[in-house]
Write a new protein. Structure first.
Length: 104
């Protein structure tokens, strides 16, 4: 893999973001409305995306680039007891369902 091919791959990814602009704007509006109405933002993911969820929740609660009030956000990937109990008692496919019902 060359540097040029890596840049080309990244360029294609960035171009695909432009194609998704309407959906991304809708998502930003939903998150903004949620925060402005003092609701919670729930993040989750699988594998590496679980770490991304935790990072995003931390940025909301602590701060991003400047000091501000904390924003209500939770990563649903952090409680191993809940994750393993649900996977054992129900199924992994619905591992976040009960947390969302309880916290949303």
């Amino acid at each position: 893999m060359s540097f040029k091919s890596t840049l080309q791959r990244h360029q294609k990814m960035i171009e695909s973001l432009f194609e998704m602009e309407p959906q991304l704007n809708d998502l930003l509006d939903l998150i903004s409305d949620c925060v402005l109405n003092d609701n919670k933002v729930l993040f989750f993911g699988n594998g590496g995306s679980a770490s991304d969820a935790q990072h995003l929740a931390a940025e909301f609660v602590i701060r991003y680039k400047e000091d501000r009030r904390p924003l209500a956000a939770i990563a649903l990937t952090t409680d191993t007891s809940i994750l393993t109990a649900h996977s054992n008692d129900y199924s992994f496919e619905t591992v976040f369902d009960r947390q969302i019902q309880a916290l949303a």
